[in-house]
Design a protein around this ligand. Structure first.
Ligand code: SAM
Ligand code: SF4
Ligand code: SF4
Length: 331
């Protein structure tokens, strides 16, 4: 097993298949910001991604999460899932804003997708429109979630990034929505990823506060993490088998068990969500490098890794360090 300088194994890969998105959530890709999206020819092809996945699998990767940008805006995503399935990776998951999901779940599942996470930062129709900066119907996201469940993309997980003054009044509503439908909810603390989203510490609703709100209505028992590398700290409701989790990247960082590597849409690998630079894999790949040569690059990247940004964040707050945007590196 490949380990980094802090002894953490390489186990999970997040693949960003595009930096484009049909939404403009202010906490990720704020409206009005000038963004230079990648030209088509810079995107890795599905075959190139699958080749990198195969090599990473030989180095220990067991889970692949497809993300972006919005992964469902890239054409024929099912083909990529098929190709990744053929590499023998055990677990393939997808994170999506859900808007283009209705009508797709059956095919995604038969292509090899095992699990899906849908982001649902609000249940208020007007708020949703304002957030997306588009005339979009929240009903389509809900339809997509219900269809994914019917098609067996279990467990269907819901991500809710909580931002003070934006949606912190909806914690109980989203919890109830998920309980009624048997969905596994994960609250996410607002993170200072990238440089565009206007993050400040006072907009973060700490995990303890989220938990306190939940406990005004529900009895919860802490069940910890399913796996040490899991991002979410989980709690079980006393009256169901369902769990609810909190990803407390800001107030309770989990870098010491972070086993994630990220591949950007233009073929760079990043060993941390907060890395300022990635290592280019696409150029060697397109210049005829053998699998062994690609493997050597990846081994070097991982064995030199010492990222733990969230754990040392307090020293870095206010410092002007270069950071990469979440929609580029894959959330
Ligand atoms: N477009 C897809 C979506 O929204 O699910 C996938 C990419 S998005 C970058 C992945 C996840 O990151 C989403 O659940 C989103 O809510 C979350 N996210 C984006 N910006 C964030 C931030 N600044 N802090 C915490 N979570 C964030
Ligand atoms: Fe798009 Fe997802 Fe970012 Fe929202 S969070 S702008 S849906 S990539
Ligand atoms: Fe992993 Fe970096 Fe996040 Fe820490 S800050 S959990 S090392 S991605």
């Amino acid at each position: 097993m490949l380990r980094d300088r802090l002894g953490r194994p390489l186990k999970d890969l997040r693949v960003s298949v595009t930096d484009r998105c049909n939404f403009r959530c202010f906490f990720c890709m704020p409206p009005g910001t000038k963004i230079d999206f990648l030209p088509r020819e810079d995107l890795l092809s599905y075959e190139e991604i699958a080749r990198i996945v195969r090599i990473m699998r030989s180095l220990g990767v067991r889970k692949v999460r497809i993300t972006g940008g919005e992964p469902l805006v890239r054409a024929h995503l099912e083909r990529l899932i098929e190709l990744i399935s053929e590499t023998g990776v055990e677990d393939i998951a997808l994170t999506t804003n859900g808007y283009l999901l209705p009508g797709r779940s059956g095919l995604l599942r038969s292509s090899g997708l095992r699990r899906i996470t849908v982001s649902l930062p609000t249940l208020k129709r007007e708020r949703f429109r304002t957030l997306a900066c588009r005339d979009v119907d929240l009903g389509k996201v809900i339809e997509g979630i219900e269809e994914a469940k019917r098609e067996g993309l279990e467990p269907v997980k819901i991500n809710m990034v909580v931002i003070r003054g934006f949606n912190d009044d909806e914690i109980l509503d989203v919890a109830e929505f998920c309980r009624e439908r048997g969905l596994t909810l994960r609250f996410i603390e607002f993170m200072d990823v990238g440089t565009l989203n206007g993050w400040t510490l006072d907009k973060v609703v700490p995990a303890e506060e989220i938990l306190k709100v939940l406990r005004t209505r529900y009895t919860l028992e802490e069940v910890g993490r399913e796996d040490p590398s899991e991002t979410s700290l989980n709690f079980r409701y006393s009256d169901t088998d369902l769990t609810v989790g909190i990803i407390a990247s800001v107030t309770k960082p989990f870098c010491r068990n972070c086993t994630r590597i990220r591949l950007s849409a233009d073929g760079k690998v990043f060993t941390c969500l907060f890395s300022s630079r990635g290592v280019d894999i696409k150029s060697p790949l397109r210049n005829g490098a053998s699998d062994k040569e690609i493997e050597d690059i990846l081994v070097k990247v991982w064995t030199h890794r010492e990222d733990r940004y969230s754990e040392i964040r307090r020293d870095l707050i206010g410092k002007d360090i270069p950071k990469v945007e979440m929609f580029r590196v894959g959330g």
